[in-house]
Design a protein. Sequence first.
Length: 123
Amino acid sequence: MSIVRYTNKKTGVVSLYESTSYYDPELKQSRPKRKYLGIEDPETGELIPSSGKRGRKKADGSAASSGNKRSDDSLKKKYELLQADCDEKAARIKQLEHENRKLRFCLKNLRDSVDAMISDMEQ
């Protein structure tokens, strides 16, 4: 068992791992199993241990629940605004369809009168 150091070249952070060798019969060679220990303090060179838990740290319960309440309220408000916008657009579409019908009727009457005038002039 040994300790392995990996240095991130971009950030310069040194990560420490506990390495244990084992023999892999399938590949017929030894392989390392590594366990993450933590990072190395750049000033003192001491190990800063990890919590042992994976993933991001969760916020404490009080902040998380109030954050969810705020996000629920903001989502409801956003939903209501979008619903109102949708209703306005639906009303506008209805109005434009009505105007379109009127204009088509007027255009049809105009074509009919022009056709009648042309047929009168031909006779």
